[in-house]
Design a binder for this molecule. Sequence first.
Ligand code: F6R
Length: 613
Amino acid sequence: MCGIVAYLGHREAKPILLEGLKRLEYRGYDSAGIATVNGKLEVCRTVGRVSVLEDTLRKLPGFHGSIGLAHTRWATHGEVSERNAHPHRDDKRGIALIHNGTIENYAALKQYLREKGHVFTSETDTEVLAMLISELYDGDLEAAVQNALREVRGAYAIAVLCEKEQGVLVVARKGSPLIVGVGDREFVVASDASAIVAHTTQVFELDDYQVAKLSRDAKGETTFRTSTLDNVPVTPKIRQLEFELEQIELGSHETFMMKEICEQPRCLRMTLQGRVSEREGRIVLGGIAEHARELIRARQFVLTGQGTAYHAAMLGEYFLEDLAKVSAKTEYASELRYRNPVVVDNTVVIAVSQSGETADTLAALRELKERGALTLGVVNVVGSSISRETDAGVYLRVGPEIGVASTKAFTGQVMVLAMVSLYIARRRFMSMDTAGEMLGELSRVPELMERILEQSNHIRKVCEKYVDRENWLFLGRGYNYPVALEGALKLKEISYIHAEGMPAAEMKHGPIALINDGMPAVFVANKGPQYDKVMLNIEQVRSRGGRVIAVATEGDQEIKSYADDVFYVPPISDPLSPLLTVVPLQLLACHAAVLRGHDVDKPRNLAKSVTVE
Ligand code: F6R
C-alpha cells in the first residue's frame, strides 16, 4: 500500500527514486509520481505502472538535481487519476509532499484552508496537508511541518521538500511505516527497507509523532536532526539492516511468489536456528524469555491478525489449546478492535503479522493493551510498528516477503506459533520426551517440504485440467480447516477464481447445493484423527458430480479410489501437518494464476501491507 521514496545527497535523484519505486511496486498501487528540485520544483504524475512514469519522464527535459521525492499511490480518497496521484504541491511556496496513510480531519482542514484562499485540484486528503504546511511556512520547512502535523488527526508517513530550501528534506511519521537510510553523504528514505538496501544498510526509524530534518550543506556534507512535533530533540537508534540485496531479487524464478514458496525450507531453517534442542526437549525464545512466568500463568490467549495471518493465528489457537492446554481464541483484528471485548486478568494477546504494519492488527493490539493484556508479536519485519509496540515477541526470520500472496510468512508464523505453544506446554506439564519428539518433527519440516516442492510439475499438470472452472471448494477438518481457508484465499487473490474454504463437515449444511458436474473440490485428506470422516465428505462431493483433488499422506493408496487427483505430503504428526499440507495449495494457486495469464506478483486491487482501515 502506498510506497514512499525520497533522496537527498550528491547523486542524481531521479534514477534512485525510480529504482526505489520499482522495489516498492510489490506493495500494490495504481498511480505513481515524482518531484525533484534543481533551481525550481518539477512534478510529474501518471496513472498505472512505474514504467509509465518512467516512459513519460524519458520524453520530458529537466527533472535533474540531487533532491527529490517519489510515490506509488493506492487510492483511498478520490478516484485513480493523475490529479489525485502524489506528489501534491503548493506552487506559491514551491512545496511538494508525498504521503502514506489517511488524514481523518481533512475535511475541516480543507474548509479552513479554502477560507484562506487555497485552491484545491485533487480530491485527496494529502493535498490538504501540503497546503497546510505551505500556509504555515515562514522560511523554515521543519517548523512548518511540525506545526502542521500538530493540527492533524490520522495516520501518516510523509516526505516534504521546498524550492526555497534546496538542501533540506523533512520526513515524519505517525502510524505508517517510514525508514531513513543513512549513507555516505546521502539519505534514502522509504516505506520499507527494500528501496534502501541497495544504497546503505545503516537505517533508523522514527517513532510516532517524530520528525526528521535531513540536511545537506554547500560542501555536500549531510547531517540530520530528529525531534518531536513540539521540537524537543530526540536521538534515534541507528541499526544495521539484516538482509541482502539478493533476497529481494528474483534470481532464476519467474515470480516472487514461486521463489518464496520454493525457499520455504531454507527460511524455516532460519526460523528454527538456535531455538530448539530436540535432545533436551528445550525451546529457547529470547524475545519472550523475560515474560515466561506470565505466559505460563496466562488464563487466556487472544490471537489476532488479518487474511493469511489470521489463518496462522487460528492454528496458534489450536496449538495452545491442544498442546499447552490453555484457553485460546482467534479473532479478526478488524472486528476485535471495535467489539468492546472483555479482557480477563492474565490475558495475553498475540498479534500475528508479516509486515507488522497492518492497521487493524495494530489497532486491536493497542485496544487490548489498554485493557491490561500482555502483548506478544509474531512478526516478520524487524523494527515494524507491531514489533515496537508489543511487550515481547518472536520474529519469523523468513526474510523479506515480496510476493503479494503471503506464503513463506504463513509457514513461518505457523512454525513460530507452534514453538511458542511448545515453550508454554513444556513449562506447564508436557514431558521432556513428548516435547523432544515434537521438536524433532518440527526440525525435520524443512527437509519434508523439499519433497513436496519436487511435485511442482505434477501439480501444474493437474491444475491445467481444472483451471477454467470459476468456482472451487477447499475443505479440511481439525488442524487442516485453517489450511483449507488459506488454500482458498491463495487461489482467489491471484487467480481471481471464486474459491471458498470451509470445514469439510459444514458443506452438507448448505454449500453442498453448489456442487455441480465437474466442480473442483480440494480436500486436505492427510492421515489424521479425522481421516475417515473426511473420506465420507469426499463421497458426498463425488456422488454429486464434483471432481476431487486430495492432499494425502505418502503411502495412502486407498485415496486414489476416492480422488481424481492426489498431491502427496510426507507423514507427520497431526498438529504439524499444516506446515506440509499448505505447500501443494500454494503451488496450485501460483500455477493457476500463471496458466490464466495473471501477474502473480501484482494482483489487481491488492496491496501487500494494508496500512489503512
Ligand atoms: C494474503 C495476504 C494477506 C495478509 C494480510 C495481513 O496472501 O498476504 O491476507 O496476510 O493482509 O498482512 P500482515 O501479515 O502483513 O499483517
